[in-house]
Each structure stands twice: as C-alpha cells, then as structure tokens.
Design a protein around this ligand. Structure first.
Ligand code: ZN
Length: 410
C-alpha cells in the first residue's frame, strides 16, 4: 500500500453542508427509497449484479414513480452497491431516507443547489455555507462529483489533480491510543512532536460507560434502549471525528510548512491479531490465556481504537495538499533499538538498550524505527537524542493521562 511520489495525484474530498429539508424533499426521499428497494427486488429476482443490466431490466417498471430519469439510474446504482455489499443472505433493503445523484443531474448556483424532481420540475435547496466551504468551492481546479442528500446534510464529492512535491525529508508517525507521535531526523538531529489524542480516549470510555448504564436501566424496554444507544453511537462518532479532524489538520499544516513527506504504520492486521484464537482459546500478546477483566478491557480498547480513521484522515488531507504518504510494516518497531538494532527493554514509557545504552521514550523509539524502516540510510547522533528533561516531561504527560483514565471500570 505504498503511495510513491507521483508528480500528480487525484485527491478527493467530501464537502458537507447543513440545510433545512422541506416537505417536498421528504416526499422525494420516500419515493426514492421505495424505488431503490424495488430495484433491489428486481435485481435479486433476476439475479442481476451489473448496473447496466439492471437499468435495462428495471427501467420501464421504475418509470411508474414518475421521477426524473436520473433517479432511475441512481436507484439502480445504489441497488447494485447494496447487493454487492450485503452481509446476510436475506434480501437487503434501504432503511434510511436519502438521495443520490451524479454530477450531471444537479446544478450548484451560489448558495443554492438545484436538483431535478420530475422532468422540467426542480427543487431548490438553500445551503448553509461557512468559510471552509466557501474557500473550497472557490478553488478553480476542483471537479464536482456526485451529491448525496440526507435529511440532515447535503454532501458533495469534489476532486482535484493535486501536484505533489518532492519532500525535503520524512516524518514518521507512531499511532498510539492516546497520542500520535511524529519523529524526524534533520541534519543528524532528532526532533519529536506529540499530538494528544487523549480526548478520543476519554470519549471512548465515557460512551462505553454510558452505554452500559442504559443497557442495565432499560433492559426491559428494547425500543427505548435501541433509541438511546443509537443516539449515543451517533454522538460518539461525531465527537471523536471532530477531534480526529482537528488533530489531522494540525499534522498536515505542520508537515506542509516544512515540506516533508509522511510515513505511517500499516496497521491493517492488528485487529485480527488482537482477536486471534487457538483451539477456541483467545490469544493475547501471543500467549494463550483465559480472558481476565484486564485483557477484556484491553481487547475492547484495541478493538475500538480509531487508528484507521485517523490515518485515513491524514492520508486524504495529505493527498489534497500534494504531500506524499507511505506505509511501512510496523513489525517490531517498538522493540528494536534504532541505533544498533538490538532488542530493547522497556520500563514503563522509557526504553533502554542494554547494548548501546540508548535511553528513549517508547513512542519516540517507535516513530524513529518507522522512519528507519522506510529509509535505512537515515543516521542520527546518539548524543542528540532528546535530553533527560524531554524524556521526563513526556513520561510525565503520559502518566498524567494514564491517571485520568485509570478510573475503575464498572
Ligand atoms: Zn542499541
């Protein structure tokens, strides 16, 4: 999964607008939903998986809804995607109201988006536009893609051909539960910057406790329970994403101002590793063991860890700015000495190499190893590794975070 320095790369983004739906639009949502579910039914009945074949088969039938032709094409496209992605054998169906239209069907005029309803009949939607949206839409290089409209938002996909630059150096990022830590080597000197994700960790724990509370309280009222849990899930998602967007933006601003490239760990298989079983017994840290409360909590935390989302945010924002991003295998990056390659021993957040005497913060060590996995020619002086004071302040910050989160769990 290595994205090498390409001269140009296609970057995509989704811009979200808020708006207030009117009754006409809500009626349209429902008609489109019925239409798509009809198309799904047709596709399953005739065993069709290709979009064009489905359009050909279902076109005449779907015309009875009397919507604009664009909706028929779009309903067939959505139906095929739903069938392709279904997980169960049961007939899938669309539950949530939404509309999807390709870029030829809508027109953006200033703050208004015009979508078709019936032939020669349109609906105008007034969009709420902030500075971010205004700035993005005024970019002459962007191309507009499809639009998705839900009762809450209008989301327009945009893309551009971003010119990427030749980086003057690399920054390796070690993704952790409570922070993402970047290290770079600049003329043999190591510099280190930590971005806190403790807000995400707190949120995860808060909502976990909240969900457990309502689970107990409303165990006899499934309707209420489902409603509350859905609400919490949505709130948790919104709030963690807001933090991740903020952190990734700060990282991108910093990397861009320094004209660096980004190296991340490829953590694709970490969940598989966490949940691995042998003869029906859970393996944890490679050892067979009965799941204790501690490992259970640890497993939950690792399974809900949002590393992938953060890396995705960093990657698409980087592409938009033309910053090259690459991934490396994280194997052994937190256990190897970056100077001599021996296995290090860790004592809390401080690691020590018995061979060469290098003492370093655990996260910095991992970030340095990530850099070195990408570029083996990198060298740095041991004496220029961060001073004791830096290590101490880092360990302190981490242990302070730990105190906040070590509240006994229910
Ligand atoms: Zn060493």
């Amino acid at each position: 999964m290595i994205v090498e320095k390409a001269p140009r790369m296609k970057a995509t983004k989704a811009v979200r607008f808020q708006y207030y739906p009117n009754e006409e639009l809500i009626a349209l949502f429902n008609t489109f939903k019925q239409m798509t579910n009809d198309a799904i039914g047709t596709a399953i009945q005739h065993k069709i998986t290709s979009r064009f074949k489905l359009i050909k088969t279902a076109y005449q039938d779907l015309k009875r809804y009397q919507l604009h032709t664009h909706y028929i094409l779009s309903a067939c496209e959505v139906a095929c995607a739903v069938i392709r992605n279904r997980k169960r054998r049961k007939t899938p169906y669309i539950q949530n109201p939404f509309l999807k239209l390709d870029n030829q069907a809508y027109k953006l005029e200033g703050k208004t988006i015009r979508i078709p309803k019936k032939p020669r009949q349109f609906i105008h939607i007034q969009l709420e536009m902030g500075d971010y949206q205004k700035k993005l839409l005024s970019d002459p290089n962007i191309k507009f893609g499809s639009v998705t409209i839900t009762p809450r938002n209008v989301v327009i996909a945009v893309s551009k051909d971003a010119a990427s630059y030749e980086p003057e150096g690399l920054i390796g990022f070690d993704t952790n539960e409570a922070s993402i830590d970047g290290a770079e080597i600049c003329s043999n000197k190591v510099s280190f910057k930590s971005y806190s994700l403790s807000a995400v960790k707190t949120l995860k724990h808060t909502y976990y406790a909240k969900r457990r509370r309502v689970q107990r309280r409303f165990c006899n009222d499934r309707r209420k329970l489902r409603e509350l849990q859905g609400k919490y899930r949505q709130n948790e998602k919104n709030r963690t994403e807001a933090v991740l967007h903020r952190v990734s933006k700060r990282i991108i601003d910093e990397v861009k101002s320094k004209k660096r490239g980004i190296v991340l760990e490829d953590l694709t298989n970490i969940r598989k590793e966490v949940n691995r079983k042998k003869n029906g017994i859970n393996l944890f840290n490679g050892k067979e063991q009965k799941i204790s409360v501690n490992t259970k909590n640890m497993k939950r935390r690792l399974n809900t860890w949002t590393f992938k989302k953060l890396q995705h945010f960093i990657e698409y924002k980087a592409k938009w700015e033309g910053i090259p991003v690459s991934y490396v295998d994280p194997y052994y990056t937190s256990r190897r000495c970056p100077v001599c390659g021996c296995t290090v021993e860790s004592n809390g957040h401080l690691t020590e190499c018995k061979n060469c005497g290098l003492k370093m913060n655990r996260h910095l060590l991992a970030a340095l190893n990530i850099l070195k996995t990408k570029d083996d020619t990198l060298r740095f002086r041991v004496d220029s590794s961060p001073s004791e004071a830096v290590i101490r302040s880092l360990s302190k910050a981490v242990s302070r975070r730990k105190e906040v989160h070590s509240t006994p769990e229910e």
